[in-house]
Design a binder for this molecule. Sequence first.
Ligand code: URA
Length: 200
Amino acid sequence: MGTMDDDERCVTECTRCPALVDARTQIVNGTGPEDADLLFVGEGPGANEDEQGEPFVGRSGTVLDDGLRNVGLAREDVRITNCVRCRPPENRDPSTDELENCRGYLEHEIDLLDPDVIVTLGKVPSEHLLDRSVAVTKEAGSLEEVRIEGTPRRVLLCVHPAATLYDRSQEETFANALERAADLADVDGSEGGQSRLDGF
Ligand code: URA
């Protein structure tokens, strides 16, 4: 395992994946409240994220932010992280070994956050967390229970925000999944809740 910061949410040092260590500028940790009800999990940092040190800050991030806003949520209300925390070279998919090397950090983040719902953004995080092959376009919007580190977790499948940039027909699929995520967070909206409850 690499080195974590004091509150154990952020990896500060890790050299487990040689190709990613070579390609990265920095390790990109999760962002957002430590008690968020919703956790969004992407694939891995791209060029913008690698440069800025934060997940989903490029074009995909704009699509995600807009999608969240459309369902009454702000980026600041949710936690956002990735399956791997270092940018794969040429934006290739992370390998099975790389996913496995980073798995403990993701599990630890999920454990500390204890979210109501985990939303997987795209095929890679969906298959990684469900441990089966996923036809994400077809299955987006469906909710599954899966044991992560022995704890049952609710996982809501969603297409990757970038999919909407390549294929306009996926905009509705993406929007519907986010609507469901917002509804699920509201239904269970315990202490604090989400901003869409503010003022009600
Ligand atoms: N795509 C991802 O899967 N994660 C990011 O952080 C950015 C783009």
